[in-house]
Design a protein around this ligand. Structure first.
Ligand SMILES: [Zn+2]
Length: 156
């Protein structure tokens, strides 16, 4: 039964990317992270708060004719650490991988403490330790400031 339901949600695009197992309620944030606002022409479908055996509920995003780049996948890991990225070519899954949230985050987001040294004119790369995974919680390596999921989403 589960397998059939899965196929219904994920198997219908010819080429592109299926992002599955997104934290429920965050599909639209994933689209925002990818710069998809509906006006750039991509054909996108989303399923929000659908049933999933492992997470109880999940979101799914399907993007036609676009394969995600590694940098984009890293950003998705920040808000959907259990997401799987399926690259689809000619209706087949060409590759499938679970996003990876590393133990440190460098260069993706900036510290929102204005007096942090990483926001000065010195060339200091933002650097955060991952204190929490789901929901994400980042601690600035330089000033100790903590960034929560909502703070991180504001930067996309
Ligand atoms: Zn800082």
């Amino acid at each position: 039964m589960m397998q059939q339901r899965q196929e219904l949600y994920v198997k219908k695009i010819k080429d592109g990317t299926v992002i599955d197992h997104i934290t429920p309620g965050f599909a639209l944030d994933v689209l925002r992270i990818l710069g998809i606002n509906g006006k750039s022409g991509e054909v996108v479908s989303t399923a929000i708060n659908v049933e999933s055996r492992h997470l109880h509920h999940k979101d799914i995003v399907k993007i036609q004719d676009r394969e995600l780049k590694p940098g984009e996948v890293d950003k998705i890991a920040l808000i959907a650490p259990n997401a799987t990225i399926n690259i689809i070519r000619n209706f087949e899954v060409a590759s499938k991988k679970v996003v990876e949230l590393p133990s440190t985050i460098r260069g993706i987001i900036t510290c929102d403490n204005p007096s942090c040294v990483s926001n000065s004119r010195e060339p200091v790369e933002p650097d955060f330790a991952v204190d929490g995974r789901e929901p994400i919680r980042l601690r600035c390596h330089y000033c100790g400031h903590v960034m929560e999921r909502e703070d991180i989403l504001k930067q996309f």
